[in-house]
Design a protein around this ligand. Structure first.
Ligand SMILES: C[S@@+](CC[C@H](N)C(=O)[O-])C[C@H]1O[C@@H](n2cnc3c(N)ncnc32)[C@H](O)[C@@H]1O
Length: 279
């Protein structure tokens, strides 16, 4: 089990709901992140590392076994950091409550900076990227992991109610300055901001279910819970902005569950990108 405390936190009533949803998301995506770390081809032993937009600190948790000398998790959200400190504390790990656009750290401190699932919320922000560049040592590494919704495949077609729900979620992120199809724009953006040696690697996750070869119950549960947790995090904001009604929201989610359980073949493929570059 990867970072089991994230799972305990998702179930614990001691934490506010947003923290619990985020904990479950972190827990479910941890195996992907660990795989990406193992394929990084960059030894992290003895390195000073930052994780900007760390959330509950899933990256610091996975880096524990990599002998990094120091890991600093930075995030805007106080609730997330408070939880991160109790879920994942270690001698070499610290957390800083700050905006990535104004990092209270000296120039050229980090050997490597990670930014996972953050650009989808802020899009191509020059202030953000120049702050990140400032705190990376010359020759240091920037590692970005982000999604690309334009590469999602659903077969057969999603039910209309689920399509509407996912479409509203996409639009909501855009209204807030984000972009769920940000990955394809990042390499050019990084080049324009003076980064070099840019490498781009896709990671595709596929869920397949059919009657003869049923997906195991655990894979099915995970495929649903990942989406449900993500949507629960923004549910109230979607209602408040009148983007969707509670009835439509729940219909979209219920029909997605039924879609995953269809007797016909069901195939879902989602791709995210790991982008590395040097300062
Ligand atoms: C989807 S979560 C990803 C968390 C974590 N990186 C992970 O991989 O699970 C995005 C995180 O970015 C943080 N965030 C968004 N904008 C930020 C900013 N300008 N500065 C610092 N953190 C930010 C949010 O508070 C949230 O914790």
């Amino acid at each position: 089990m990867y970072c089991g405390k994230f799972f305990d936190t998702a179930l614990s009533k001691d934490y506010v709901l947003n923290v619990r949803y985020m904990a479950y998301q972190s827990y479910l995506t941890a195996p992907h992140l660990l795989n990406q770390l193992n394929n990084l081809n960059y030894p992290l032993d003895g390195k000073v590392v930052a994780d900007i937009g760390t959330g509950l600190g899933i990256l610091p948790c996975l880096l524990k076994d990599k002998n990094t000398s120091k890991i600093i998790g930075i995030d805007l959200d106080k609730d997330f950091l408070k939880a991160a400190r109790s879920i994942n504390h270690a001698e070499n790990t610290g957390y800083v409550n700050a905006d990535g656009r104004n990092i209270p750290i000296k120039n050229s401190v980090f050997d490597a900076v990670f930014v996972r699932y953050v650009f989808q919320h802020i899009n191509l922000s020059e202030i953000f990227i120049s702050e990140i560049k400032r705190v990376i040592k010359d020759g240091g590494l920037l590692v970005i992991v982000d999604i690309e919704d334009d590469m999602n495949i659903f077969y057969p077609d999603l039910p209309e109610s689920s399509k509407k729900l996912f479409g509203v979620y996409y639009e909501y992120q855009k209204l807030r300055g984000g972009d769920r199809s940000v990955s394809k724009k990042l390499p050019g953006f990084l080049l324009s901001q003076g980064f070099r040696d840019i490498k781009i690697k896709p990671y595709t996750f596929v869920f397949f279910n059919n009657e003869a070869k049923r997906a195991d119950a655990e894979a099915l549960k995970k495929a649903f819970l990942l989406v449900q947790n993500e949507l629960e995090l923004v549910k109230d904001a979607l209602f408040y902005n009148k983007l969707i009604t509670p009835v439509e929201f729940h219909k979209g989610l219920n029909e997605y569950f039924k879609f995953l359980n269809l007797k016909d073949d069901v195939l879902i493929s989602k791709t995210e990108f790991l982008i590395t570059c040097k300062k």
